[in-house]
Ligand binder design. Structure first.
Ligand code: DLL
Length: 442
């Protein structure tokens, strides 16, 4: 479904700028950012001093490569506020990342930071086709996670009517969707897949009880096949958007609803690099590598060359929508989420791709890794669709063998496919857990 409403370019001066002007802006802001960081954050000053670098050494954009990276370790070493350039009392808000072990990564914003973040998210939701007449239901969790509050203020700035329902409570999600005639749904793609499934099971009809036209999904990896399914079930035009707490939260990049061909980066405010994660050398444009980002605007928590661990490719080719900003491909996964099974690198999105292009599967799956003796085994548990479940045993066997074969041809790895009954795998309300690695437990 495509939108017939006017599509607004939020910040045309930057989104459609001449690329030379963007680079000039980036250089000016990079030099300011490095000087500010050196002056205001002792941890960064020490790191730059250790390699004998002064802010005045940064003369062109390529000089960014002289600067040390920032990693999660820098956050852990300085927990909670050691990377901040302003005292905690001067912050307007604090968020933290969704880390599952140990202390979380703490991020903070001054009043000016919040203002820029709001503008970034307004820009991103406009890319996704949101206009002032929309009613936007936010099903990201509100709280320390940046998703709920980030989308909230950006959507308000874009003029939309915001319904801050937060995550969970499916009955309430549908009640508001129907009664308020919600037009935009915002969540993780895995939660959207669940909501789509529930809409079908509850017999809700598109255009009757459901009036959605757009879906803005982000915060975790997903595939084109997943997009097709969610779009069909919810009757939306769905776009991907990317961000991370350390860089601000959502709003770093987002797809335009017109082309849906990569996520437009807000390049006037973020400087991107893509490197080979092992050699740390830059990769050629359009090739996959680890995304490194330097925000060019932050007062409270300036960050130099953040190693996102996200694997993607960036292109500067012009987009059909008319914007000139660079676009990043779907994130394939995080370097630290990559499974290594008998020497083969596996990302959950590669398996999802196979599952989603095969009829009879549902978007609910789990990768289970075990070790028998010295041998690692990967089991792919996937729920079959209700229709497939009512079919004969032999049809299920055919499906299982087909999936096994397809996954083998994509990964070059033999996996065990286990078809499970509909509604048996755990549903996520936020970021889905796609891997159960039992090797660490044994
Ligand atoms: O997930 C911020 C966010 C909220 C982005 C809402 C988009 C929408 P964190 O919790 O710090 O922040 O997690 C950041 O999530 O490094 C990626 O690995 C992953 N991620 C975020 N967006 C995408 C996406 C938020 N569109 C981490 N595709 C990042 C794939 C994504 N992975």
């Amino acid at each position: 479904m495509t939108t017939n409403l006017t599509h607004k370019i939020w910040a045309p001066a930057w989104e459609c700028a001449d690329r030379g002007d963007i680079r000039a802006q980036q250089l000016a802001r990079l030099r300011e950012t490095v000087a500010y960081t050196y002056r205001a954050v002792p941890h960064y000053r020490a790191k730059m001093d250790a390699v004998g670098l002064k802010p005045s050494d940064i003369r062109c954009l390529d000089d960014i490569r002289l600067l040390p990276y920032t990693t999660k370790t820098d956050f852990h070493q300085t927990y909670p506020f050691g990377l901040f350039a302003v005292p905690p009392a001067e912050l307007t808000r604090i968020h933290s990342s969704s880390g599952t072990t140990g202390k979380p990564t703490v991020v903070g914003y001054t009043k000016n930071d919040l203002e820029t973040w709001v503008e970034l998210v307004a820009r991103m939701v406009s890319l996704a086709g949101v206009v002032a007449s929309d009613i936007a239901q936010i099903s990201f969790g509100y709280g320390m996670f940046t998703g709920g509050f980030g989308l909230h203020y950006g959507l308000e700035r874009a003029g939309a009517t915001v319904v801050p329902v937060s995550s969970g409570n499916t009955d309430r999600q549908f009640m508001f969707m129907e009664d308020f005639r919600t037009t935009v749904f915002i969540s993780t793609p895995s939660y959207a897949a669940y909501i789509g499934e529930q809409a079908r099971l509850r017999g809700l009809e598109l255009g009757k009880q459901l009036h959605l036209r757009l879906g803005l999904f982000g915060a975790e990896p997903w595939t084109e096949g997943m997009r097709t399914r969610i779009e069909a079930e919810l009757g939306v035009s769905a776009t991907d958007n990317y961000g991370m707490s350390e860089l601000c939260g959502p709003g770093v990049s987002g797809e335009c609803v017109i082309a849906k061909d990569g996520m437009h980066l807000a390049e006037d405010l973020f400087l991107w690099e893509v490197i080979d994660p092992l050699t740390e050398e830059p990769v050629a444009e359009g090739e996959i590598g680890e995304l490194i980002v330097t925000p060019l605007w932050k007062e409270a928590l300036p960050i130099i060359r953040y190693r996102t661990r996200d694997l993607t490719a960036v292109t500067t080719a012009p987009c059909a929508c008319g914007r000139t900003s660079a676009r990043m491909a779907r994130v394939r996964g995080r370097t630290d989420d990559m499974l290594i099974i008998r020497g083969v690198n596996v990302f959950p999105t590669q398996i999802e791709h196979v599952l989603m292009e095969t009829e009879g599967t549902s978007p609910h799956y789990l990768l289970v890794v075990t070790r028998e003796g010295a041998l690692d085994t990967l089991e792919v548990w996937v729920e079959v669709s209700e229709r497939m479940f009512s079919e004969s045993f032999s049809r299920m066997t055919v499906l299982r063998d087909l999936l096994t074969k397809k996954i083998h041809s994509v990964l070059g790895l033999s996996v065990k496919v286990k078809l499970v009954e509909p509604q048996t795998l755990e549903r996520s309300q936020g970021k889905a857990k796609r891997v159960l690695d039992k090797r660490n437990l044994e």
